[in-house]
Design a binder for this molecule. Structure first.
Ligand code: TGC
Ligand code: FAD
Length: 389
């Protein structure tokens, strides 16, 4: 197969600064050289490639959008490009990075005290500590506001009781950002993984994101000191502000998965002969390839625009919703169409396409399903909330 060079039909590469190009190329090379050889065995086993944790930390991307505290302070486009290249390898690599950077570190950065930032961010940026972000519960996914995990004030701090579900990286985490109700309001708490009462149970037998480590987290009367409350949290909205960063990364990342599928399928279609000619020469096949390339390009345009708006400080969460659900859907559509063009070969795991398609099913669901983003947009357009009606 030809080396992967990405797709740039709209000449968007021309917008990149030298630094942005360097970030993209560095991550692309890391994925090609270090990640690709280990992805398939880990995917088959359903294990996260822990041997990549050190090299991933070495990329300097943990909390890369954060300024100070040992973080790189990258612009939005550079961060997006890095997410795109990671997800070209596998969505689980991007998800690992998203949770560490966009969720756990971002929660501390946005809502932590100066002392909490100094305590955790440099260590997390260096990869010496990993974090997780525990919002979802088994009975409260799309409606996290209904959460049943509770914190009550006790002498010197808080006692947290409840259970979180589907928590990425919890098994590796030194600190988990736990969202719990204190009185009627939702607050964020830093819960060290080794506190008495914290249990982590890995969720097995996933058919999607098989390389991600995802777990249920039990919180059985876990005592944390007052200093572990994230002081600037002021309700569910504080958790949602973290999701905005992660959703931005997903809007970029999924384009990498789609590009991987298109790259593999183009190569195959040029080599695969049926009725004595390469299938890439047939009009019906070219129509599909053209549609996919066009949709991918539009997704890229959207991602680049989003990065410009983010850096300008103008990004509204309804705009992030458009990009998250549309780009995730575009990537899933491309992965499914590529699988079709690969014929029977496409069901083999030596081809990356069906692995990406399976991953994208979960990416479509987490960080807000398509329905949730439609409802967010619907409310933005109409001023009427349709979440519970
Ligand atoms: P609702 O009343 O609609 O909203 C409460 C207040 O929050 C405002 N708001 C936002 N603010 C900032 N950013 C956002 N994204 C916001 N979305 C809503 C909203 O305007 C309102 O403000 P105000 O002043 O009017 O009070 O809340 P609701 O209880 O009706 O729920 C709706 C909502 C927004 C929670 C729902 O639409 C939603 O987003 N559900 C999806 C939940 C979700 O995405 N969970 C993700 C968990 S983490 C994860 O999945 C990690 S996966 C691993 C990886 O990332 O790789
Ligand atoms: P549900 O909310 O039960 O939704 C089921 C269906 O009903 C969906 O189609 C949904 O769109 C639809 N629906 C729900 N409400 C409405 C409505 N009002 N109107 C119309 N349709 C509706 N969470 C974390 O907190 N931290 C993590 O690290 C994390 N990692 C994850 C990793 C993976 C691999 C996965 C799969 C999930 C992860 N999640 C995490 C949880 C994720 O955010 C939730 O799965 C997601 O928010 C959807 O919740 P749910 O699965 O409970 O689906």
């Amino acid at each position: 197969m030809e080396p992967y060079r990405g797709f740039d039909l709209l000449a968007l590469d021309g917008k990149l600064t030298d630094d942005e190009r360097q970030v993209r190329d560095t991550v692309r090379e890391f994925v090609e050289r270090e990640a690709m050889p280990v992805i398939l065995p880990h995917f088959r086993e359903g294990t996260f490639p822990t041997e990549l944790m050190g090299p991933l930390a070495g990329l300097g991307l943990f909390g890369a959008h954060i300024h100070g505290y040992g973080c790189a302070g990258l612009g939005a486009r550079a961060y997006g490009l890095a997410m795109q290249e990671l997800e070209r390898g596998d969505s689980a690599l991007r998800s690992f990075m998203s949770v560490q950077s966009s969720l756990a570190m971002t929660a501390i950065w946005l809502h932590g005290s100066e002392e909490q930032k100094q305590r955790w961010l440099p260590e997390m940026a260096a990869g010496h500590s990993l974090g997780a972000f525990a919002l979802t519960e088994a009975d409260h996914g799309s409606d996290p506001g209904g959460m049943e995990t509770r914190a009550v004030a006790v002498r010197g701090g808080f006692r947290i009781t409840g259970a979180k579900h589907w928590i990425t990286n919890a098994a590796f985490a030194k600190v988990i950002v736990v969202w719990a109700k204190l009185g009627e309001g939702v607050r964020g708490f830093l819960v060290e993984r080794d506190r008495p009462g914290v249990t982590v149970e890995e969720i097995k037998h996933k058919l999607s994101l098989r390389m991600s480590s995802v777990a249920g987290v039990g919180l059985d009367g876990v005592d944390v000191p007052e200093a572990n409350l994230l002081p600037a949290t002021k309700g569910l909205v504080s958790a949602l502000e973290c999701l905005n960063h992660a959703r931005f990364g997903i809007a970029w990342g999924v384009l990498g998965a789609a590009a991987a599928c298109l790259h593999e399928t183009l190569d195959y279609a040029k080599r695969r002969k049926q009725f004595s000619r390469p299938i890439a020469g047939y009009q019906l096949v070219q129509a599909k390839l053209a549609d996919m390339a066009a949709e991918l390009s539009l997704g890229q345009l959207l991602a680049h625009h989003l990065a410009d708006e983010k850096d300008a400080g103008r990004l509204h969460f309804s705009q992030i919703s458009i990009a998250k659900y549309r780009n995730a859907q575009t990537a899933l559509d491309i992965a499914r169409a590529c699988r079709d063009l690969l014929g029977a070969a496409g069901i083999l795991d030596e081809f990356a396409t069906m692995r990406h398609a399976m991953n994208l099913e979960a990416v479509n669901t987490y960080e807000g399903t398509r329905h949730m983003h439609q409802l967010i947009l619907g409310r933005h357009l109409t001023g009427l909330s349709a979440f519970d009606g």
